[in-house]
Design a protein around this ligand. Sequence first.
Ligand SMILES: [Zn+2]
Length: 638
Amino acid sequence: MGTFNITAFWLVLMLWLPHGLSMGNGQSNSNSNSCSASVLEARRFFELENELLRKRYHEKFLSVYTYNTNVTEENRQAMIEINARNAEFNKRLAQRIKASDYVQSEDADIRRQAEHLSKLGASALNPDDFLTLQNAISSMQTNYATVTVCSYTNRTDCTLTLEPHIEERLAHSRDPAELSWYWQQWYDKAGTPMRDHFAEYVRLTRKAAQLNDHRSYADYWLQFYEDADFERQLDATFKQLLPFYRQIHGYVRYRLRQHYGPDVMPAEGNIPISLLGNMWGQSWSEQLDLFTPYPEKPFVDVKAEMVRQNYTVEKLFELGDQFFQSLGMRALPPSFWNLSVLTRPEDRQVVCHASAWDFYQDSDVRIKMCTEVNNNYFYIVHHELGHIQYYLEYEQQPAVYRGAPNPGFHEAVGDVIALSVMSARHLKSIGLIENGRLDEKSRINQLFKQALTKIVFLPFGYTMDKYRHAVFRNELDESQWNCGFWQMRSEFGGVEPPVFRTEKDFDPPAKYHVDADVEYLRYFAAHIFQFQFHKALCTQAGQYAPNDSRLTLDNCDIFGSKVAGRSLSQFLSKGSSRHWKEVLQEFTGETEMDPAALLEYFDPLYQWLKQENSQLGVPLGWGPTNKISSDCCGTFST
Ligand SMILES: [Zn+2]
């Protein structure tokens, strides 16, 4: 995840995996006590089918991994062939379950398995359509993985890749023309040429949704959350967070204006994404030095310290592995170290977008990413290792339950660990900084830096699927697919492209998850859940107490707490065998997604920003962007 866009393989897996719903009926196998002949017969049926499913996943993920770590036409074709074969198996299994009475079984676990396995995504399509869809998706992925752009300073050198070349320029250049150049090069090449493939993808996913009796593919995605009210809760959560985001947005725009002047950054309106240090504007911390609240209190340069101490990529993964082990959780198996691809290979094209993989056999789990030694990748390493730990913890579950009960949970595990790892207390303990307790000004600086990833991400994460939902539901006419995208980015996040965009451009596929058919609300949900998890684990570890200035959420480190580790392990090991509200309640005592813990974590910064912005007379909010045609569709207010 270049920045934090992270991952995802299991996510892709979650989309292919027929997931079901029906909330509240989840009981683990052990709770079922019926011994009737029909229940025993059903159990034998699912035992056998789960084992066959596991073997199919094993074969499938090996082929997908081979393609992702060696992007060739041959590997793409081999992957599509196996996917097509698996789709047929899934379809036949779903048909057999539908023809049986398993969904009405007296046994809750059998009902849950039957419901999960009889829901089909794209597998419901006929073989020709399925193949066409797979071709559209993998063509977009191949393009994303292989795009290169031309250098700003040497226009004849057109070999620059996103990771690391373009990311490095976006993070370090302070020349608005250069930043805009790289932004436009990327969107023109990674986005626009993919319009036809994306249109094909939309056409066929609509067809799949119809075959599955869903109103739209958006509704197919939303069913992963097993809660008919979840979409409304997302809207309500976003509204709760917006006042805090507006304070950050206003402050950053003010500081950008101070640095670049009013021609580049006017006092009011949307912020050009290219000035924010990240290709999609989903994280703004790379340009932190322009916004630091107290510049006289410099940040310790963690990257420089890593370099000084001769950190290697392996060392970053070892630190993550040690953290999980300190909690009493599993060590990474030898196959992880032998079979993962942790740096960009020189001799072939790979999909660099970071991802974590479960091969459904013999604890074979791997990571594929183009890691570099710096602070951002240090975080991504932990994010990906969270997926790996989840895979290991639910390994004993039947194949149908080897996933998270809420898509947001899988994305939150590594992030929770990273919240501890990035605390001053922990960075001191591993020798990367000298002071483990921050004074008030340094604490505001530190919280601000965190907010530039965690809070700034929220409007972005929210918009990605608000947009795709509107496309899937045909609420956005195809003639307005591009301007509608920017209208939403502007309305929800107050950001805009650095140059005028028309319908001749097509920008959504410039983001990996759009190409790869990965549902994105999971990341929004994960950003809320991770603070709920963090608060629960810190409490269990005795590292957090309300109103105790020595034990705050933002300086909690659960390293070494076996109590917290046991609790996390129990939570993860259930996989998706039960409804997410039940396992969440056992873990944190809560039954809903709730931003209260996140707001508590950041409250000192929120109070500071309100006061500072008011004193400086900083305007808040923004109007519509003028970087798209003024006759674009209406607004999308939630
Ligand atoms: Zn992830």
